[in-house]
Write a protein that binds this ligand. Structure first.
Ligand code: F3S
Length: 582
């Protein structure tokens, strides 16, 4: 990647340690993805703020960068692990609050605006169509690309911070026209009304056309709340961080319509919703505002409550500016009179709630997915009316979701069948190959270990317990297995952009994989590997790496030895040629 004089100075360390590290990350990403040059960014959105996710390892890293790092463009923050003003009222421990405050203060020393919201576009960071930005937070990234027509890759927290410090990002991926073009047409053949259904649609699209850029037809009642729910769910469940809605989003008419397509009807929506429902019963938490609630959503909750008292904890999460507007309109007081809380700066996923609540009702498909992870709750996807009624009755009703409930078994069955089929395909291939493959070095190094191999992508944030390295994702082929010290072979990463910090934290805790081997390494895994100094190579057909085989990674070379004891010689030599750029 061609660097200008200013970028070369940063890389040489003439502008301090933080900018040198920032340029190292950006240069590595640029080389990795075949970028020819950098592009100035108008803004950055930085995920990786909650102390619950970063731990002491992340705190030290951010403080180290803050010693001499100063941002070169508008930079805003994702939610923290607590309401920065009212944390005591929400039962946040003193020690957690002190460390969380240090993280936010370190970002502020770098010149980052402590906006602490995942809807920066509703709180002052609103890029124009065509503008280049460097955003992390997968829901915001997808909203920026799809709805605003801005251009950003799905950055990890550290690469977004690196771009903010350097003021540039490598010009590849979704900064270019080609990868933004739709590759599959999705025909929605059923009305999609609630935010819960828009989230279920995101999950259904990701399942129907994994990794493909969808042009979605048939959506009618489109508002910002539905779009942000769709933008949050699509990448969470394995879709790309961009979509187009025919006739509505800025770039929908810019590219040819993909021929053919996939139909999504009521059955697919209900099955996706049912997979996010752990059954009717008593609940103790209701959350609305994932991504952070709009003023209209808060107004609606206040109206639905109508002065009735809630029996379960009710959280509406939003940004500080929206909360202040809601307070001026009397909405915060009305919700508080009913026993609910309007929290700012945080959300129920990134706050340290593990052990405090057992079962959550939410209108967010993304929220369901992550609540099962870090905070280990039972989840129930409901529309906003269902959420409010659940808060009052302290039960997750069957009512509106009856169809979804009845379809739950089918959906789980289908998911298990799909995973089972992937496992079978995987194990069929595992008998066919052993040998030597060459890929592309993401992070140089050598390691040897037992393969932990999956045909299903892994989300490091929410899908893996950093304290143990055990995969938490329900229904994932690796669920319950630890990746500590293993050679992790996966097609790619998925899920939250906080994953880079999680990998770094795992390395510090000794729970990280010994090496990472990917089919196509996404930026979140790549930056995590660079920060954590884990050998990482991609461009490998990971289906040729049997689970349990002894694998050696040495630079770009991956040697699979099926002997499991490391003594048997590879029997087949394979060379995987990589295209020079993507
Ligand atoms: Fe935002 Fe938290 Fe959801 S960061 S997108 S409210 S998981």
């Amino acid at each position: 990647m061609k660097l200008g004089d200013a970028e070369r100075r940063m890389l040489d360390g003439a502008e301090g340690n933080a900018r040198r590290k920032a340029m190292e990350i950006l240069a590595a990403l640029g080389e990795m993805y075949g970028a020819e040059e950098t592009v100035p960014v108008r803004s950055a959105q930085i995920a990786g703020v909650s102390y619950a996710n970063l731990g002491d390892a992340g705190l030290e890293l951010i403080e180290e960068w803050a010693a001499d790092g100063r941002v070169a463009c508008l930079a805003t923050l994702n939610p923290a692990g607590m309401d920065l003003r009212d944390w005591r009222a929400h039962g946040i421990p003193e020690e957690f609050a002190e460390r969380q405050a240090r993280i936010v203060a370190a970002y502020e020393r770098m010149g980052v605006v402590a906006s602490c919201t995942c809807t920066p576009y509703l709180a002052g960071n609103l890029p124009a169509p065509g503008e280049h930005v460097a955003w992390s937070e997968s829901s915001a990234v997808t909203f920026a690309n799809a709805v605003l027509g801005a251009r950003t890759n799905r950055e990890g927290g550290p690469s977004a911070l690196a771009a903010a410090l350097a003021g540039v990002t490598p010009m590849y991926g979704l900064h270019l026209d080609g990868p933004r073009a739709p590759t599959v047409t999705i025909r929605v053949e059923t009305p999609i009304a609630s935010t819960a259904e828009f989230g279920a649609l995101g999950a259904a699209v990701a399942a129907a056309a994994p990794g493909r850029v969808p042009l979605i037809e048939g959506l009618r009642d489109l508002r910002v709340e539905g779009l942000k729910a769709l933008a949050a769910a699509l990448p969470t469940f394995g879709g790309p961080p961009i979509f187009h809605v025919a006739g509505r989003t800025p770039e929908a008419d810019r590219y040819p319509r993909p021929a053919g397509g996939v139909a999504i009807g009521r059955r697919e929506i209900d099955e996706a919703a049912a997979a996010l429902d752990d059954g009717a019963g008593e609940i103790d938490l209701v959350c609305i505002g994932c991504p952070h609630a709009t003023l209209d959503e808060i107004r609606r909750v206040a109206a639905l409550l109508g002065g009735r008292r809630v029996a379960a904890a009710l959280w509406i999460a939003t940004s500080r500016p929206v909360r202040e507007t809601a307070a001026r309109a009397g909405l915060v007081e009305a919700i508080e009179r009913s026993g609910g809380t309007v929290v700012a700066d945080t959300c129920f996923v990134v706050a340290p709630l593990e052990g405090r609540f057992r079962s959550v009702v939410t209108d967010s498909a993304k929220g369901c997915w992550y609540a099962r992870g870090p905070n280990r709750m039972l989840v129930h996807l409901r529309d906003v009316e269902g959420c409010v009624e659940a808060a009052i009755s302290r039960r997750s009703a069957v009512g509106a979701q009856r169809t979804a409930h009845s379809a739950q078994r089918t959906a789980h069955g289908a998911q298990h069948t799909a995973h089972g089929a992937q496992r079978t395909a995987h194990s069929a291939r595992r008998t066919a190959h052993s040998g030597r493959m060459r890929g592309r070095v993401i992070r140089a190094g050598s390691a040897r270990g037992i393969a932990l191999s999956s045909a299903v992508p892994v989300s490091f944030y929410g899908g893996v317990d950093p304290a143990t390295g055990v995969v938490l994702e329900k229904g994932h082929p690796l669920e319950g297995r630890s990746m500590a010290g293993r050679v992790l072979a996966i097609p790619t990463g998925k899920g939250s952009t906080v994953g880079s910090f999680v990998l770094y934290r795992m390395a510090r805790l000794g729970t990280a994989p010994a090496a990472l081997v990917c089919g196509e390494c996404d930026p979140v895994v790549a930056v995590g590997a660079i920060l954590a100094e884990i050998p990482c190579v991609d461009g490998i057909d990971t289906g040729l790496i049997p689970d349990g085989a002894v694998v050696r990674v040495d630079g770009a070379e991956v040697v699979v030895d099926e002997g499991n004891n490391g003594t048997k010689k590879p029997s087949t030599a394979l060379t995987v040629e990589r295209s020079p750029s993507r």
